[in-house]
Design a protein around this ligand. Structure first.
Ligand code: UT7
Length: 327
């Protein structure tokens, strides 16, 4: 019997124009460029303009991925958007994206996935399952955020970390090919949700600040959990595919903190030249961070056919996961 595998045939990304540097942040809260850079590796992040929504960034990233894949947008069978900062409570951002792409007439399904910073890996895993099952041939997977809208701009422990952006991939089924997604691995542990959450929401009601909620994080504890989870996910992925560390060509990790990225790279014995790093310029863009970093290394021509690419992410929930791809 023939086997279906999901191959990435195009990537794309989009960042808002506005840059917010550490120096500018130091005028807003009690911090410094030196502190932020030495603890996180971040120099600047992008912030969506007024009237610029998650779906706007998602659509642009999606268009670029579709153009790179050289396919007509109406040949897609499914759109999945990973986001924690949707335009509206409903409809889903994916429905809005479908409309803005001008492909509503195709009646393809479109829905959102919410797994915070691990959202893109979750969306990728779902798309992979749809393709392996033979239900879909082409899927657009997007990670998009306007995280700046859920920040407390007086909390120096969180407002210095996050940024806005979107990244996307087009997946296509390939019959009996060697290339494509080899495996995906997803995890969640809801027992520690108090360490990283928003302080308000739809059902619980408004945050003390009045809005739908802002990010509250016990950074140091989250840091330790992130390192542990990402390292164990990397080990799990190697084992599941019976490949050694040396056989991994590229690491594309979630961009939360350069020190977490470095420890994951160390676990793989991977020199930093083969690790996608955008945290210095993007900060933590949550569900957008992995596809943004992926698009950058793909477009630079550094990822070549045949390369094994490991993606791994960790976020609120806690949720975490990985995907191994043969490019
Ligand atoms: O993407 C989802 C997952 N999220 C993450 O992975 C984030 C993980 N956490 C982190 O990246 C780090 O924990 C942070 C960058 C958030 C914080 O770095 P840290 O080295 O863990 O610092 P800390 O929270 O232990 O705080 C150390 C000190 C504290 O002061 P005292 O109590 O020692 O006097 C903080 O108040 O640094 C202080 N501090 C700051 N100082 C200057 C915290 N934020 C800042 C700041 N500027 N922005």
């Amino acid at each position: 019997m023939s086997r279906l595998r999901a191959r990435i045939i195009g990537t794309g990304s989009c960042l808002p124009e506005k840059r917010l540097t550490n120096h500018e942040l130091a005028k807003m809260v009690d911090t410094s460029d030196e502190w932020i850079f030495s603890r996180t590796g971040i120099r600047e992040r992008r912030i969506a303009a007024e009237g610029e929504y998650t779906s706007d960034l998602a659509v642009e990233a999606g268009r670029r991925a579709i153009a790179a894949a050289k396919i007509p947008a109406d040949s897609l069978d499914l759109i999945i958007v990973a986001t924690t900062t949707p335009d509206l409570i409903f409809p889903s951002t994916a429905s809005i994206v479908q409309h803005k792409l001008g492909v509503s007439a195709s009646r393809m399904p479109a829905f959102d996935v919410q797994a915070v910073c691990a959202g893109f890996i979750h969306a990728l895993a779902i798309a992979d399952q749809f393709i392996r099952a033979g239900t879909c041939w082409r899927v657009l997977v997007i990670g998009a955020e306007t995280t700046s809208r859920i920040l407390d701009w007086q909390d120096r422990g969180t407002c210095i970390l996050f940024g806005d952006g979107a990244g996307a991939v087009v997946l296509e089924a390939e019959i009996d090919g060697e290339r494509g997604i080899l495996s995906t691995h997803l995890h969640a542990d809801g027992s520690q949700l108090e360490l990283l959450l928003t302080d308000g929401g739809i059902s619980r009601g408004k945050s003390p600040q009045g809005g739908l909620g802002v990010i509250r994080m016990q950074g140091n504890e989250v840091f330790k959990q992130a390192v542990k989870a990402m390292e164990s996910c990397v080990d799990e992925t190697l084992l599941a595919n019976n490949v050694s560390k040396e056989q991994i060509d590229w690491l594309v990790p979630h961009q939360a903190n350069i020190r977490i990225i470095q420890s994951t790279a160390k676990r793989l014995g991977m020199p930093m030249e083969r690790v996608a790093v955008t945290v210095d310029r993007h900060g933590n863009t949550s569900a957008a961070s992995v596809p943004l970093a992926l698009d950058e290394v793909v477009r630079s021509g550094q990822i070549q056919p045949g390369h094994r690419v490991m993606m791994v992410a960790f976020g609120g929930g806690f949720t975490w996961g990985s995907a191994l791809v043969r490019w």
